[in-house]
Design a protein around this ligand. Structure first.
Ligand SMILES: NC(=O)c1ccc[n+]([C@@H]2O[C@H](COP(=O)([O-])OP(=O)(O)OC[C@H]3O[C@@H](n4cnc5c(N)ncnc54)[C@H](OP(=O)(O)O)[C@@H]3O)[C@@H](O)[C@H]2O)c1
Length: 334
Protein backbone atom coordinates (compact mmCIF):
# COMPACT_ATOMS: atom_id res chain seq x y z
CA UNK A 1 0.00 0.00 0.00
CA UNK A 2 1.27 3.46 -0.79
CA UNK A 3 1.75 5.17 2.54
CA UNK A 4 1.96 8.59 0.83
CA UNK A 5 -0.01 11.27 2.64
CA UNK A 6 -1.48 8.79 5.11
CA UNK A 7 0.40 10.38 7.97
CA UNK A 8 -1.43 12.93 10.06
CA UNK A 9 0.66 14.60 12.70
CA UNK A 10 -0.66 14.33 16.25
CA UNK A 11 -3.07 17.17 16.90
CA UNK A 12 -1.58 17.75 20.36
CA UNK A 13 2.04 17.88 19.23
CA UNK A 14 2.60 21.32 20.76
CA UNK A 15 0.50 20.70 23.87
CA UNK A 16 2.88 18.30 25.61
CA UNK A 17 5.99 18.91 27.69
CA UNK A 18 8.30 20.03 24.90
CA UNK A 19 9.63 23.54 25.26
CA UNK A 20 11.29 25.76 22.70
CA UNK A 21 14.34 27.77 23.62
CA UNK A 22 15.51 30.86 21.78
CA UNK A 23 18.66 30.18 19.78
CA UNK A 24 21.15 32.77 21.00
CA UNK A 25 19.97 36.27 20.16
CA UNK A 26 18.19 35.15 16.97
CA UNK A 27 14.51 35.09 16.19
CA UNK A 28 14.29 31.33 16.02
CA UNK A 29 13.47 28.89 18.80
CA UNK A 30 14.56 25.27 18.88
CA UNK A 31 13.01 22.36 20.77
CA UNK A 32 14.90 21.28 23.89
CA UNK A 33 15.36 17.93 22.13
CA UNK A 34 16.25 17.59 18.46
CA UNK A 35 16.48 14.27 16.62
CA UNK A 36 19.81 13.26 15.06
CA UNK A 37 19.97 10.95 12.03
CA UNK A 38 23.67 10.03 12.17
CA UNK A 39 22.85 6.38 12.93
CA UNK A 40 19.74 4.23 12.35
CA UNK A 41 18.54 6.09 9.22
CA UNK A 42 20.90 4.70 6.60
CA UNK A 43 20.16 2.45 3.62
CA UNK A 44 21.22 -0.50 5.82
CA UNK A 45 18.45 0.27 8.30
CA UNK A 46 14.79 -0.68 8.29
CA UNK A 47 12.77 2.09 6.61
CA UNK A 48 9.61 1.42 8.62
CA UNK A 49 11.58 1.85 11.83
CA UNK A 50 13.07 5.12 10.55
CA UNK A 51 9.60 6.40 9.72
CA UNK A 52 8.26 5.36 13.11
CA UNK A 53 11.06 7.21 14.94
CA UNK A 54 10.60 10.35 12.82
CA UNK A 55 6.83 10.36 13.36
CA UNK A 56 7.28 9.81 17.08
CA UNK A 57 9.61 12.80 17.20
CA UNK A 58 7.35 15.21 15.35
CA UNK A 59 4.20 13.98 17.10
CA UNK A 60 5.86 14.87 20.39
CA UNK A 61 6.99 18.35 19.52
CA UNK A 62 10.46 17.69 18.09
CA UNK A 63 10.66 20.10 15.18
CA UNK A 64 14.42 19.96 14.57
CA UNK A 65 15.96 17.12 12.55
CA UNK A 66 19.74 17.04 12.30
CA UNK A 67 21.48 15.50 9.30
CA UNK A 68 24.80 15.65 7.46
CA UNK A 69 25.87 14.81 3.93
CA UNK A 70 27.62 11.57 4.90
CA UNK A 71 25.22 10.13 7.48
CA UNK A 72 24.28 6.56 6.66
CA UNK A 73 25.74 4.15 5.87
CA UNK A 74 25.99 4.47 2.87
CA UNK A 75 27.07 8.10 2.69
CA UNK A 76 24.10 10.26 1.74
CA UNK A 77 21.55 7.60 2.59
CA UNK A 78 20.23 9.20 5.82
CA UNK A 79 19.40 12.28 3.74
CA UNK A 80 17.72 10.01 1.17
CA UNK A 81 15.71 8.35 3.92
CA UNK A 82 14.70 11.76 5.20
CA UNK A 83 13.71 12.71 1.63
CA UNK A 84 11.39 9.69 1.56
CA UNK A 85 9.90 10.71 4.90
CA UNK A 86 9.36 14.22 3.51
CA UNK A 87 7.47 12.69 0.59
CA UNK A 88 5.47 10.20 2.60
CA UNK A 89 4.70 12.27 5.67
CA UNK A 90 6.26 15.61 6.38
CA UNK A 91 5.72 17.66 3.20
CA UNK A 92 2.50 19.34 4.46
CA UNK A 93 4.38 20.30 7.63
CA UNK A 94 7.47 21.81 5.98
CA UNK A 95 7.04 25.17 7.66
CA UNK A 96 6.88 23.51 11.08
CA UNK A 97 10.21 21.78 10.55
CA UNK A 98 13.73 22.99 11.20
CA UNK A 99 15.92 20.78 9.03
CA UNK A 100 19.68 20.97 9.30
CA UNK A 101 22.53 19.45 7.34
CA UNK A 102 26.30 19.79 7.22
CA UNK A 103 29.40 19.33 5.11
CA UNK A 104 32.98 18.99 6.27
CA UNK A 105 33.91 15.33 6.59
CA UNK A 106 34.75 12.80 3.93
CA UNK A 107 31.94 12.57 1.37
CA UNK A 108 33.18 11.85 -2.14
CA UNK A 109 36.60 10.96 -3.60
CA UNK A 110 39.12 13.48 -4.85
CA UNK A 111 40.24 16.88 -3.59
CA UNK A 112 36.78 18.50 -3.48
CA UNK A 113 34.93 15.93 -1.37
CA UNK A 114 35.74 17.06 2.19
CA UNK A 115 36.96 19.90 4.46
CA UNK A 116 36.09 23.57 4.03
CA UNK A 117 36.56 24.89 0.49
CA UNK A 118 33.84 26.91 -1.18
CA UNK A 119 33.85 24.31 -3.95
CA UNK A 120 33.03 21.47 -1.55
CA UNK A 121 30.48 23.27 0.64
CA UNK A 122 28.46 24.64 -2.26
CA UNK A 123 28.33 21.36 -4.22
CA UNK A 124 27.65 19.32 -1.12
CA UNK A 125 24.66 21.41 -0.13
CA UNK A 126 23.24 21.12 -3.66
CA UNK A 127 23.53 17.33 -3.38
CA UNK A 128 21.95 17.32 0.08
CA UNK A 129 18.94 19.33 -1.11
CA UNK A 130 18.37 16.82 -3.93
CA UNK A 131 18.63 13.84 -1.59
CA UNK A 132 16.27 15.36 0.95
CA UNK A 133 13.93 16.68 -1.76
CA UNK A 134 14.03 20.17 -0.34
CA UNK A 135 14.32 23.65 -1.84
CA UNK A 136 16.26 24.90 1.16
CA UNK A 137 17.48 23.76 4.56
CA UNK A 138 16.79 25.74 7.68
CA UNK A 139 20.38 25.51 8.83
CA UNK A 140 23.60 24.56 7.09
CA UNK A 141 26.76 23.83 9.09
CA UNK A 142 30.41 23.81 8.29
CA UNK A 143 30.92 20.43 9.98
CA UNK A 144 34.56 20.93 11.00
CA UNK A 145 37.30 23.53 11.01
CA UNK A 146 39.71 23.20 8.09
CA UNK A 147 43.20 24.33 9.09
CA UNK A 148 44.38 24.44 5.46
CA UNK A 149 41.61 26.57 3.95
CA UNK A 150 41.50 30.28 4.74
CA UNK A 151 38.74 30.68 7.27
CA UNK A 152 37.42 33.62 5.22
CA UNK A 153 36.75 31.27 2.28
CA UNK A 154 34.70 28.82 4.37
CA UNK A 155 32.77 31.59 6.11
CA UNK A 156 32.12 33.51 2.91
CA UNK A 157 30.70 30.32 1.37
CA UNK A 158 28.30 30.09 4.34
CA UNK A 159 27.30 33.73 3.93
CA UNK A 160 26.71 33.22 0.20
CA UNK A 161 24.68 30.06 0.80
CA UNK A 162 22.27 32.14 2.87
CA UNK A 163 22.21 34.89 0.22
CA UNK A 164 21.37 32.25 -2.41
CA UNK A 165 18.41 31.15 -0.30
CA UNK A 166 19.66 27.58 0.03
CA UNK A 167 19.82 27.87 3.82
CA UNK A 168 18.00 30.24 6.13
CA UNK A 169 20.73 30.16 8.76
CA UNK A 170 24.28 28.88 9.04
CA UNK A 171 26.37 27.52 11.87
CA UNK A 172 29.61 25.75 12.71
CA UNK A 173 30.48 22.48 14.37
CA UNK A 174 33.63 21.16 16.02
CA UNK A 175 35.55 24.45 15.62
CA UNK A 176 38.37 25.17 18.10
CA UNK A 177 37.60 27.81 20.70
CA UNK A 178 40.33 30.15 19.44
CA UNK A 179 38.61 30.55 16.06
CA UNK A 180 35.29 31.68 17.49
CA UNK A 181 35.92 35.42 17.86
CA UNK A 182 36.95 35.62 14.22
CA UNK A 183 34.02 33.50 13.00
CA UNK A 184 31.40 35.41 14.93
CA UNK A 185 32.78 38.82 13.95
CA UNK A 186 33.26 37.95 10.25
CA UNK A 187 29.69 36.76 9.91
CA UNK A 188 28.19 39.58 11.94
CA UNK A 189 29.94 42.10 9.71
CA UNK A 190 28.20 40.54 6.73
CA UNK A 191 24.74 40.51 8.32
CA UNK A 192 24.63 36.72 8.34
CA UNK A 193 25.33 36.01 12.00
CA UNK A 194 26.44 32.55 13.04
CA UNK A 195 23.23 31.04 14.42
CA UNK A 196 24.62 28.15 16.43
CA UNK A 197 27.61 26.04 17.40
CA UNK A 198 27.22 22.25 17.44
CA UNK A 199 29.59 20.42 19.77
CA UNK A 200 29.95 17.11 21.59
CA UNK A 201 28.74 17.66 25.12
CA UNK A 202 27.58 15.19 27.74
CA UNK A 203 28.25 14.27 31.37
CA UNK A 204 31.36 12.34 30.30
CA UNK A 205 32.73 14.93 27.88
CA UNK A 206 32.57 18.50 29.14
CA UNK A 207 35.00 20.06 26.71
CA UNK A 208 32.61 22.82 25.50
CA UNK A 209 32.22 24.05 29.07
CA UNK A 210 35.85 23.55 30.10
CA UNK A 211 37.35 25.14 26.98
CA UNK A 212 35.14 28.22 27.09
CA UNK A 213 33.17 27.41 23.91
CA UNK A 214 29.86 27.52 25.75
CA UNK A 215 30.63 30.90 27.32
CA UNK A 216 31.91 32.33 24.03
CA UNK A 217 28.68 31.33 22.27
CA UNK A 218 26.46 32.62 25.04
CA UNK A 219 28.17 35.97 25.35
CA UNK A 220 28.08 36.47 21.57
CA UNK A 221 24.39 35.62 21.26
CA UNK A 222 25.14 32.38 19.41
CA UNK A 223 23.18 29.25 20.29
CA UNK A 224 24.78 25.96 21.30
CA UNK A 225 23.45 22.50 20.48
CA UNK A 226 24.89 19.37 22.10
CA UNK A 227 25.55 16.24 20.06
CA UNK A 228 26.01 12.69 21.39
CA UNK A 229 24.33 13.74 24.65
CA UNK A 230 24.11 10.11 25.75
CA UNK A 231 27.73 9.43 24.76
CA UNK A 232 26.32 7.19 21.99
CA UNK A 233 24.39 5.11 24.52
CA UNK A 234 26.94 4.83 27.33
CA UNK A 235 24.88 7.23 29.46
CA UNK A 236 21.80 4.98 29.30
CA UNK A 237 21.02 1.57 30.74
CA UNK A 238 22.18 -0.05 27.47
CA UNK A 239 25.52 -1.41 28.71
CA UNK A 240 24.85 -2.00 32.41
CA UNK A 241 24.76 -5.76 31.90
CA UNK A 242 26.98 -6.52 28.92
CA UNK A 243 26.77 -5.60 25.25
CA UNK A 244 23.39 -6.28 23.63
CA UNK A 245 23.67 -7.74 20.12
CA UNK A 246 21.55 -4.99 18.59
CA UNK A 247 23.47 -2.12 20.26
CA UNK A 248 25.68 0.44 18.56
CA UNK A 249 28.72 -1.02 20.30
CA UNK A 250 28.04 -4.47 18.90
CA UNK A 251 27.12 -3.22 15.45
CA UNK A 252 29.78 -0.70 14.50
CA UNK A 253 33.14 0.81 15.19
CA UNK A 254 32.09 4.26 16.42
CA UNK A 255 31.67 3.05 19.98
CA UNK A 256 34.66 1.03 21.18
CA UNK A 257 34.23 -1.90 23.56
CA UNK A 258 37.33 -1.03 25.58
CA UNK A 259 35.54 1.83 27.39
CA UNK A 260 33.47 -0.74 29.27
CA UNK A 261 35.91 -1.36 32.12
CA UNK A 262 34.57 -2.67 35.44
CA UNK A 263 35.07 0.79 37.00
CA UNK A 264 33.17 2.46 34.20
CA UNK A 265 30.21 0.10 34.42
CA UNK A 266 30.16 0.57 38.19
CA UNK A 267 29.97 4.36 37.71
CA UNK A 268 27.12 3.99 35.23
CA UNK A 269 25.28 1.74 37.71
CA UNK A 270 25.69 4.42 40.40
CA UNK A 271 24.32 7.04 38.00
CA UNK A 272 21.48 4.71 37.09
CA UNK A 273 20.56 4.39 40.79
CA UNK A 274 20.66 8.12 41.19
CA UNK A 275 18.38 8.57 38.18
CA UNK A 276 15.98 6.06 39.68
CA UNK A 277 15.86 8.11 42.89
CA UNK A 278 14.93 11.13 40.76
CA UNK A 279 12.19 9.07 39.10
CA UNK A 280 14.02 9.06 35.78
CA UNK A 281 15.72 6.59 33.47
CA UNK A 282 19.49 7.16 33.21
CA UNK A 283 19.05 8.46 29.65
CA UNK A 284 16.49 11.01 30.89
CA UNK A 285 18.78 12.22 33.65
CA UNK A 286 21.72 12.50 31.22
CA UNK A 287 19.66 14.69 28.88
CA UNK A 288 18.20 16.71 31.75
CA UNK A 289 21.75 17.43 32.99
CA UNK A 290 22.40 19.22 29.68
CA UNK A 291 19.02 20.90 29.33
CA UNK A 292 19.32 22.47 32.80
CA UNK A 293 22.03 24.76 31.41
CA UNK A 294 20.61 27.94 29.83
CA UNK A 295 23.61 28.15 27.46
CA UNK A 296 22.42 24.93 25.79
CA UNK A 297 19.73 25.73 23.23
CA UNK A 298 18.94 22.17 22.18
CA UNK A 299 20.22 18.63 22.67
CA UNK A 300 20.46 16.37 19.62
CA UNK A 301 19.58 12.89 20.67
CA UNK A 302 19.85 9.68 18.65
CA UNK A 303 17.56 6.66 18.95
CA UNK A 304 17.34 3.23 17.37
CA UNK A 305 13.65 2.85 18.23
CA UNK A 306 10.60 4.97 18.93
CA UNK A 307 10.50 3.35 22.37
CA UNK A 308 13.93 4.77 23.23
CA UNK A 309 12.91 8.16 21.93
CA UNK A 310 9.73 8.16 24.02
CA UNK A 311 11.78 7.49 27.16
CA UNK A 312 14.13 10.31 26.23
CA UNK A 313 11.29 12.73 25.63
CA UNK A 314 10.40 12.45 29.31
CA UNK A 315 13.69 14.18 30.13
CA UNK A 316 12.12 17.59 29.63
CA UNK A 317 9.75 17.00 32.56
CA UNK A 318 12.40 17.31 35.25
CA UNK A 319 15.52 19.31 34.41
CA UNK A 320 16.35 20.76 37.80
CA UNK A 321 19.16 19.39 39.93
CA UNK A 322 20.08 20.25 43.49
CA UNK A 323 23.68 21.26 44.20
CA UNK A 324 24.19 18.00 46.03
CA UNK A 325 22.92 15.97 43.08
CA UNK A 326 25.33 17.78 40.76
CA UNK A 327 28.18 17.17 43.18
CA UNK A 328 27.26 13.51 43.44
CA UNK A 329 27.34 13.15 39.63
CA UNK A 330 30.77 14.78 39.55
CA UNK A 331 31.99 12.50 42.31
CA UNK A 332 30.74 9.37 40.57
CA UNK A 333 32.43 10.39 37.33
CA UNK A 334 35.71 11.58 38.86
N1 LIG B 1 28.51 17.56 14.54
C1 LIG B 1 29.07 16.40 14.66
O1 LIG B 1 30.25 16.21 14.39
C2 LIG B 1 28.24 15.26 15.17
C3 LIG B 1 28.88 14.06 15.59
C4 LIG B 1 28.07 13.05 16.11
C5 LIG B 1 26.69 13.21 16.19
N2 LIG B 1 26.12 14.37 15.74
C6 LIG B 1 24.65 14.56 15.79
O2 LIG B 1 24.15 14.19 17.07
C7 LIG B 1 23.16 13.18 16.92
C8 LIG B 1 23.12 12.30 18.11
O3 LIG B 1 24.36 11.60 18.22
P1 LIG B 1 24.38 10.15 18.84
O4 LIG B 1 23.54 9.24 18.03
O5 LIG B 1 25.80 9.79 19.10
O6 LIG B 1 23.56 10.49 20.19
P2 LIG B 1 23.34 9.84 21.58
O7 LIG B 1 22.00 10.34 21.93
O8 LIG B 1 24.48 10.11 22.48
O9 LIG B 1 23.30 8.24 21.33
C9 LIG B 1 22.23 7.65 20.69
C10 LIG B 1 22.24 6.16 20.94
O10 LIG B 1 22.04 5.89 22.33
C11 LIG B 1 21.20 4.77 22.50
N3 LIG B 1 19.98 5.21 23.19
C12 LIG B 1 19.25 6.33 22.96
N4 LIG B 1 18.20 6.41 23.80
C13 LIG B 1 18.26 5.31 24.58
C14 LIG B 1 17.46 4.83 25.64
N5 LIG B 1 16.39 5.48 26.06
N6 LIG B 1 17.82 3.65 26.24
C15 LIG B 1 18.90 2.96 25.82
N7 LIG B 1 19.71 3.37 24.82
C16 LIG B 1 19.39 4.54 24.20
C17 LIG B 1 20.90 4.23 21.11
O11 LIG B 1 21.89 3.29 20.81
P3 LIG B 1 21.59 1.82 20.21
O12 LIG B 1 21.78 1.98 18.76
O13 LIG B 1 22.62 0.97 20.86
O14 LIG B 1 20.19 1.44 20.58
C18 LIG B 1 21.08 5.46 20.25
O15 LIG B 1 21.36 5.16 18.92
C19 LIG B 1 23.54 12.50 15.61
O16 LIG B 1 22.46 11.77 15.06
C20 LIG B 1 23.93 13.68 14.78
O17 LIG B 1 22.77 14.33 14.31
C21 LIG B 1 26.86 15.39 15.25
Amino acid sequence: MDARNLYKAAAGRYDGDMEYRRCGRSGVKLPLLSLGLWHNFGSVDNLENCIEIAHCAFDNGITCFDLANNYGPMYGSAEETFGQIMDKSFRPYRDELFITTKAGYDMWPGPYGEWGSRKYLMSSLDQSLKRMKLDYVDLFYSHRYDPDTPLEETLQALVDIVRQGKALYVGISNYPVDTLDFVFEYMKQRDVPCLIYQGKYNMLNREPKDSGILDACYSNGVGFTAFSPLAQGLLTNRYLNGIPADSRMARNFFLKKDVLTDDFVESMRALDQMAEQRGQALSEMSLAWLIRQPEVTSVIVGASSARQLKTNLNAVRNTSFSESELERIDMILK
